[in-house]
Write a protein that binds this ligand. Structure first.
Ligand code: CO
Length: 174
């Protein structure tokens, strides 16, 4: 099932999501539907709050072929299903990557993030894992984890860039 995406400035995007306590069929269905939704909407990541569900659940799937966003370049088996993530290490070194967000469609901007992060999380069965990355996955994880705390990448823009974005966004809203 494909969900509608919650789009900025919907206030639900500001909600701090709640920890998942039960790793049951409902959670698995949610994850499966989130994957379907992400593929249909051409994303590389999705947090549950982006479909209006305030649970600490996110998925990331970095395309094998970086030019394509579809089921072939992002097979389900390659999907990282991340529940209740915690960042246990952040490098001091920062890196800039161009980011976008399914909740802010059509807007892209360079954002500074920690170059490397280590994250502890649970899978769909509640099993604990650690993941470490210093490439685009690290950026995607930081972006999606911000969603769980009600934060969006546009909040990291400079004052001037944010003002420009808000102006442009209002125009296209009409
Ligand atoms: Co996003």
């Amino acid at each position: 099932m494909v969900y509608d995406i919650v789009v900025y400035p919907d206030r639900r995007l500001k909600i701090v999501s709640e920890e998942v306590m039960v790793f049951d069929d409902n959670l698995h269905m949610l994850l499966d539907n989130m994957y379907e939704t992400m593929i249909v909407k051409n994303g590389v990541g999705l947090a549950a709050i982006q479909i209006g569900i305030s649970k600490r659940v996110l998925i990331v799937n970095i395309p094998i072929d970086s030019d394509e966003n579809d089921a072939q370049s992002q097979p389900k088996d390659n999907t990282l299903e991340i529940i209740n993530p915690i960042i246990t290490y952040r490098s001091e070194e920062m890196k800039k990557f161009q980011e976008g967000c399914l909740s802010i469609p059509g807007f892209y901007e360079d954002i500074e993030r920690h170059a490397m992060v280590t994250i502890e999380y649970q899978d769909r069965y509640g099993k604990k894992f650690t993941i470490e990355d210093d490439e685009f996955l690290a950026v995607a994880l930081q972006h999606e984890m911000d969603h769980l705390d009600g934060k969006l990448f546009v909040e990291k823009l400079s004052y001037m860039k944010r003002k420009k974005f808000e102006k442009e966004w209002k125009k296209r809203d009409k």
